[in-house]
Design a protein around this ligand. Structure first.
Ligand code: GDP
Ligand code: IMO
Ligand code: MG
Length: 427
């Protein structure tokens, strides 16, 4: 069981990048299995903040192999920019970054289609990151997509134009301005750049690695509540963000999976549209947003904020088979005298429920809150669990009792060092 999974349990942005970077030295491979440039994973160390979109968060460690798996959708233009931004850090990604030939390619018209579909939806828009994620996965499922392995084919341009012709026929029905030639010039330059990287049969590469006894960390993107099957549909992303996505997105069998690390913020955030039962529209929400610097790492949009939602968290734990929990951003809650935790919902007519419903409609779900004392002191400089304020330890204990899974990491700041490892039961 040499593969461990790190999965976001909420609506994304739980702090996956920070934790992958923190855990990376215990692994010899970090692999992304779904999503694409919609992700924005932040890592902070040595006083520098890095945001990665498509590159796995093990890239800053030269001895770690990083894999972009078959389940990912890759935008070569964004990829080139990301790699170029790393140049100043003396890394050698051409040696430790491997890309599956089966990874789907995002072409410029996928991005245009994303924008066109969102515009057509008007007020019902998903709030997509406009990176072309939905249209690219749509083409994958329709069996017309382009894969990274295609770029070395002498027929690549032919295949590309065939796909783009289809896209342009759809775009004719939408009012959207674009200059395809300009976008294509950048795209083909990026394709040439992409060819300089090892393009591999990643399922063999990863399984050989596992069979040699080496350890793999699969880095999830987005979060369980954005999963295409189990999230707050239709306000979701277009991939399986939950543990099953790691098997299909990397070609690893379920019996190879060991630990499933579930990561959650001590409160909740969401960026983009869609239901959010515990969302705060008052000054508490504003303070949480300000204190947590809650702005999207990919789009810069302000993130909506609210209290922790236990029915949603329990649902995510169940779907993923979480074995250990990591709680992030505990420091942000230091500003509150009282902290609320949603334990269930009250429906119109007074009926109570504690499951995450088929259709999440905010107006129909009034959160039922359990209130606890806050700790109200700065956590700066605390590096041992025992030294944390008692009210925070009470919060952790209460959550563990409710969730029935141990919380083994409490994160108290964005830096790699601001991570309190409560128990060494990790891999
Ligand atoms: P990801 O997409 O799950 O990797 O998360 P993001 O990087 O999009 O968003 C998490 C944000 O919270 C980033 O700005 C991190 O630097 C920051 N962060 C992570 N852990 C902590 C923490 O414990 N405390 C605080 N204050 N910030 C944190
Ligand atoms: P990370 O990996 C937070 C949201 C978008 C939108 C919906 C669909 O950083 O946690 P898409 O572009 O995927 O079609 O958008 O999903 N979304 C994210 N929200 N963090 C992310 O990634 C997200 N990736 C997509 O805001 O509501
Ligand atoms: Mg993010």
């Amino acid at each position: 069981m040499n593969v461990d999974l790190l999965l976001g349990l909420q609506w994304g942005d739980e702090g996956k990048g920070k934790i992958v970077d923190f855990l990376a030295p215990r692994y010899s491979m970090v692999a992304r299995f779904q999503g694409g440039p919609n992700a924005g994973h932040t890592l902070e160390f040595d006083g520098i903040k890095h945001v990665l979109h498509q590159i796995p968060s093990g890239i800053f460690r030269n001895d770690i192999k990083n894999v972009i798996g078959n389940g990912v959708v890759l935008d070569p233009v964004i990829f080139k920019k990301e790699i170029e931004a790393l140049a100043q850090f003396h890394l050698d990604p051409k040696k430790n970054l491997f890309i599956s030939k089966k990874t789907q390619l995002i072409v410029p018209t996928h991005r245009l289609l994303d924008a066109a579909y969102e515009k057509a939806k008007g007020e019902k828009k998903i709030g997509s990151t406009l990176k072309g994620i939905g249209p690219t996965y749509q083409d994958k499922i329709a069996r017309v997509g382009l894969r990274v392995g295609d770029i070395v084919s002498p027929h690549f341009k032919e295949k590309y134009h065939k796909l783009v012709e289809k896209h342009c026929a759809i775009l004719k029905n939408h009012t959207i301005d674009y200059e395809l030639e300009v976008l294509e010039q950048e795209f083909f330059q990026s394709i040439t750049f992409l060819k300089e990287f090892p393009l591999i049969e990643s399922e063999y590469f990863i399984n050989d690695h596992i069979n040699d006894g080496a350890k793999v960390l699969a880095e999830g993107a987005q979060g369980s509540l954005l999963d295409i099957d189990f999230g707050s549909y239709p306000f979701v992303t277009s991939s399986n963000t939950t543990s099953s996505g790691a098997c299909s997105g990397l070609g690893i069998a379920p019996n190879k999976i060991g630990e499933v690390y579930g990561i959650f913020k001590a409160y909740c955030t969401r960026v983009g549209s869609g239901p959010f039962p515990t969302e705060l529209f008052d000054t508490d929400g504003e303070r949480m947003q300000k204190e947590g610097h809650e702005f999207g790492a990919t789009t810069g949009r302000p993130r909506r904020c609210g209290w922790l939602d236990l029915p949603a968290l329990k649902y995510a734990i169940m779907i993923n088979g979480v074995t250990q929990l990591f709680m992030m951003k505990a420091d942000v809650l230091s500003i509150f005298d009282k902290i609320k935790i949603c334990t269930g919902y009250r429906r119109p007519g007074g009926k109570e429920m504690d499951i995450f419903p088929y259709e999440v409609v905010d107006d129909d779900l009034e959160p039922i809150y359990h209130e606890m004392d806050g700790w109200n002191v700065s956590l700066k400089g605390i590096s041992e669990y025992e030294l944390l304020p008692q009210a925070l330890k009470n919060y952790v204990t209460y959550l563990e009792e409710e969730l029935k899974v141990p919380i083994n990491i409490v994160s108290v700041g964005p830096d790699r060092k601001e991570t309190i490892w409560r128990s060494q039961v990790l891999a």
